[in-house]
Design a protein around this ligand. Structure first.
Ligand code: HEM
Length: 138
């Protein structure tokens, strides 16, 4: 992978999906991410014991969210992701925790730092948008 460090942008790739390694890259990222979620005291209680169905959906969703094929919508229709998160109390702290698990997962990969940073920036919007509960309520 050739990466132009003078321009920390997607200079060599059409999409973040390609930049993080396509299907294989997304699979790898998802498989590094969920063990961290399951080990996080603020996040673990929200997730089912059998994490595999969640991992599969996240693989489908992240693929399309990062500019790859529309795998999630093809299977489940319109993502309506904020709505799908409403049953779960998502506080600002949980949004930060989710992003920190994703940063840690990205840091374990060989994805170049500027691409990792862009990925977190791209996910930061939805993570904060999914906040539906005040810190003081939980
Ligand atoms: C802000 C912090 C977040 C928390 C605490 C959180 C938590 C959760 C929980 C508890 C579930 C349901 C697991 C189950 O099926 O029982 C879920 C599902 C999911 N989350 Fe998140 N999430 C967060 C942010 C995000 C972000 C930023 C994305 C992607 C941009 C995302 C993508 C998904 C997807 C694709 C699913 C599966 C939806 C489905 O059921 O079809 N989440 N999340």
């Amino acid at each position: 992978m050739i990466f132009d460090r003078r321009r920390p942008k997607l200079t060599n790739f059409e999409t973040l999906y390609e930049a993080i390694g396509g299907a294989e890259g997304v699979r790898d990222l998802v498989s590094r991410f969920y063990p961290k979620v399951q080990a996080h005291p603020l996040l673990a209680p929200l997730f089912p014991e059998d994490i595999h169905p969640v991992m599969e959906k996240q693989y489908l969703f992240l693929t399309q969210f990062l500019g790859g094929p529309s795998l999630y919508s093809d299977m489940y229709g319109h993502p309506m992701m904020r709505g799908r998160h409403l049953p779960f109390p998502i506080t600002p702290e949980r949004a930060e925790a989710w992003l920190s698990c994703m940063s840690a997962a990205l840091a374990e990969t060989s994805i170049p730092e500027p691409i990792r940073k862009l990925t977190i920036e791209r996910l930061s919007g939805p993570a904060h948008h999914f906040i539906n509960t005040d810190s003081s309520d939980r």
